[in-house]
Ligand binder design. Structure first.
Ligand code: NI
Length: 160
């Protein structure tokens, strides 16, 4: 496994659309492992492959603080969204920005897991927020595109 460089604000790849993964092979699994390592090192709860410079529809999410219990979504498709939640949000590609955005309160998604097996996930609250945020990345949309006006806060980046 290896830490990959996280692409940050100003990098035009962040506004590009990711392509579907045709075959979940060893290279994709290596990408997933690297993304997990990169996300944990940066203390993030989610990461899309585009954020490490790979335009493939691969997402890793882990909202657990204690034990690692990641969810891997390959080629995710939103089947259903329900309700709305106004939430505080940040993104590893915008390390000094936080703002409020509107996310679905519940989301149901179909995707492939890390072995290429199809599954369905229904999520609410923080998990629904994270899935919505990461699927946006696959479509070239970042959270600063949908900030509720007046809620943007700048925070000094942590020294690394
Ligand atoms: Ni993000």
């Amino acid at each position: 496994m290896a830490i990959r460089k996280i692409r940050e604000e100003g990098d035009e790849i962040l506004s590009k659309k990711s392509r579907e993964v045709e075959k979940v092979d060893e290279r994709i699994q290596e990408l997933i492992d690297d993304m997990l390592e990169t996300m944990y090192k940066a203390n993030g709860v989610g990461l899309a492959a585009v954020q490490v410079g790979v335009l493939k529809q691969v997402i890793v999410i882990d909202i657990e603080e204690e034990e690692h219990d990641p969810v891997i979504l390959i080629n995710p498709k939103i089947i259903k969204e329900k309700g709305k939640q106004e939430v505080e949000e940040g993104c590893l590609s915008f390390p000094n920005k936080f703002a409020k955005v509107i996310r679905p309160a519940e989301i149901t998604v179909e995707a492939l897991d890390r072995n290429g097996e199809p599954f369905k996930i229904k999520a609410k609250e923080l998990m629904a927020q994270a899935i919505s945020h990461e699927i946006d990345h696959l479509n070239g949309i970042v959270f600063v595109d949908k900030i509720i006006p007046g809620t943007l806060e700048y925070v000094k980046p942590e020294s690394k």
